[in-house]
Design a binder for this molecule. Structure first.
Ligand SMILES: Nc1ncnc2c1ncn2[C@@H]1O[C@H](COP(=O)(O)OP(=O)(O)OP(=O)(O)O)[C@@H](O)[C@H]1O
Ligand SMILES: [Mg+2]
Length: 597
């Protein structure tokens, strides 16, 4: 989904057509808008016809008697035009904004359903522009463009018929003028669709760079890479500028020709009309009406360019939306999935192999591991050995490539995701906090958690510092709030995981950012939770390993040894090596801080 793949125009228009289901609920309103738009246009049309009557009647005959009625009629049409214009805009504004909101909600919900693998690849900026500017483009076109496309074509047809009736030779000239307009429009469409898709994709790319540099500002500054990142941004921005200029050039050419057509038409009509009047083929009033009607065509013809341009852009936007909508959530409830009710917590990996979607290399191969109810297994392995990948399989952030994972003997793919994720709680290496209060961040997975449960979780994670924050648990943290230290964030993430005492706990290196003292306190508290919970804990430090009943060594995507810490230390050199490398600062491997066994 970057700016480099051309998209066939037909596909874009198909995508736009698919959006009709979003308009379906507003059939009534659309009808009102269409009728109001038609009335506006026809009220406008009536004025030149009334003028013709005035000139050929009262003016030509020099009598004022009929003048008042015709004048009143012209004013009535004027007022009618204003009223109908208001009605159309009013109806349009609320129902189209509703539609846009609905579409945005669906997009958001779909993005949430898409698997982690999709978000691994998708650029955030592209998703953001889809949810914002693309949707606005679509709203503009569906709410305004489509209606005027129809109304303008009708107007053109009606005016041409009127012109034929007034004086057919000139009517024919006007009708023929549609041919160059149609031909030009077709060639414009072909060129413009490529340019507009490119611009919209590049906008997403620019947004991605901005987003990345905002998120990574610390590292950029610390490494002194401001210039390089700035240069990268400039490069993207320049590409966008060049593409936008190209787009504007196509538009400018098209619009100026569209502007020219009515002007030329007017000149021709005036010239031949005057000749016809002098020969007595046409009345003066009819000529005035004729000219006024041709002038009226100028706007619809010119507006056509604008409408087609936004039509094109919204077709592209629709295509970009369906890029997302058409991505099926790979991880989803299977038909007939049932709720995972009360479980004992027997977690078993059976011949599990896994490779990341889109990759052709197995990260895990034939992993077999059983964790008894209430047991804690530490997962130890060199960096990049697949520990995080293994933990991500349990809450089904990814699905296994082959083999299966069971809880109490039930394949986790046969239970509903929501019930699975109620049973399995997780804390990851990089604790993510949301722009919300501490309490909301903690209760994210269990909105119904009581104050006592929250206090207990805070206690276990040794996250008592939250009470010291300016507004205690109500303090806003995360991107828009107070910044927390790495260790503080980690303890909050841990508290979030242990909240409500889940049956199965998966912790990916939860204590890595803590100082030895705090780590000891957390471990001491965690020990109580782990006593009754089935847990898989990724560990780098010997002290964390000592929390576990058994240790599994992951190496090259396989479990190469399972046993107690002491057994593995004695019998598996690779294990000794990993732990001693990780624990350079621990003098005594057997007796780390806080360990009581
Ligand atoms: N989203 C991804 N897509 C493709 N490959 C990935 C993805 N995430 C990780 N990998 C690869 O999978 C392998 C295992 O990664 P994983 O994160 O599970 O390692 P780890 O054991 O947790 O390492 P660490 O101890 O550093 O956290 C690595 O080779 C990594 O490059
Ligand atoms: Mg990892």
């Amino acid at each position: 989904m970057s700016a480099d793949q051309p998209v066939p125009a037909a596909r874009s228009f198909r995508s736009l057509w698919r959006l009709r289901s979003y308009l379906a609920p507003y059939k009534g309103q659309l009808l009102v808008m269409g009728v109001a738009a038609l009335f506006t246009v026809f009220a406008e049309l009536a004025v030149p016809l009334v003028s013709a009557r005035v000139i050929d009647g009262p003016v030509a005959r020099g009598e004022t008697s009929g003048l008042w009625a015709l004048g009143a009629l012209a004013i009535a049409f004027g007022i009618g035009e204003a009223v109908f214009g208001f009605v159309r805009r009013w109806v349009q504004s609320f129902c189209m904004l509703d539609m846009e909101t609905q579409l945005r909600n669906d997009l958001y919900a779909h993005l949430q359903r898409l698997p982690v693998a999709y978000h691994d690849r998708a650029q955030t900026g592209q998703l953001v522009t889809r949810a914002t500017s693309d949707l606005t483009t679509i709203r503009r076109f569906l709410g305004f463009g489509v209606i005027f496309l129809i109304v303008n074509v009708m107007l053109f047809a009606v005016v041409t018929v009127l012109l034929f009736r007034l004086y057919w030779p000139l009517g024919l000239v006007v009708a023929l003028s549609a041919i160059p307009v149609v031909l030009m429009t077709m060639s414009f469409e072909r060129e413009y669709i490529v340019a507009s898709r490119q611009c919209q994709d590049l906008e997403g790319d620019v947004a991605t760079v901005v987003e990345e540099s905002a998120v990574g500002i610390r590292i950029i500054k610390a490494l002194g890479r401001r210039r390089q990142i700035g240069a990268r941004f400039l490069r993207e921005a320049r590409r966008l500028r060049t593409a936008s200029l190209g787009k504007v050039r196509i538009l400018a050419k098209f619009w100026s020709i569209l502007d020219l057509v009515p002007q030329v038409l007017l000149g021709v009509v005036l010239l031949f009309g005057a000749l016809a009047v002098s020969r007595g083929d046409l009345s003066l009033g009819s000529l005035v009406a004729f000219v006024a009607l041709v002038v009226m065509l100028a706007w619809p013809i010119e507006a056509m360019g604008w409408i087609l341009a936004i039509g094109q852009e919204s077709a592209t936007a629709a295509d970009r939306l369906y890029d997302v909508f058409d991505t099926e959530p790979a991880v989803q409830d299977t038909p007939g999935a049932r709720d995972l009710a009360e479980v004992r917590g027997l977690l078993r990996f059976e011949e599990v192999s896994f490779r990341f979607p889109g990759s052709n290399q197995n990260v895990l191969s034939n992993v077999d591991l059983t964790i008894e109810p209430g047991e804690t297994v530490a997962l130890v392995g060199a960096t990049g050995s697949g520990k995080t990948a293994l933990t991500a399989l349990v809450p089904r952030l990814y699905d296994v490539t082959s083999g299966r994972i069971t809880i109490d003997g039930v394949d986790i793919r046969d239970v509903t995701l929501s019930s699975l994720r109620r049973v399995v709680a997780t804390a990851f290496e990089d604790p993510t906090l949301f722009s919300a209060s501490v309490r909301e961040n903690l209760a994210l997975g269990r909105i119904d958690a009581t104050d006592a449960e929250i206090a207990e979780a805070i206690d276990i994670a040794q996250a008592g510092f939250v009470y010291e924050l300016p507004w205690g648990l109500a303090t806003r943290i995360g991107e828009q709030g107070l910044s927390l230290s790495g260790g503080q964030r980690q303890r909050l993430a841990l508290a979030r995981a242990v909240l409500g005492r889940p049956r199965v706990l998966v912790l990916d290196d939860p204590l890595s950012a803590l100082d030895v003292y705090t780590e000891g306190l957390v471990e001491e508290a965690l020990r109580h939770v782990l006593a009754t919970t089935t847990a898989l804990v990724v560990a780098h430090r010997p002290s964390t390993v000592l929390l576990a009943d058994r240790v599994a060594l992951l190496s090259g995507g396989r479990i190469t040894a399972v046993g107690t810490h002491t057994e593995l230390l004695d019998t598996v050199p690779a294990y000794r090596q990993i732990l001693s490398a990780e624990a350079d600062f621990d003098d005594d491997l057997e007796l780390p801080v806080g360990a009581s066994r």
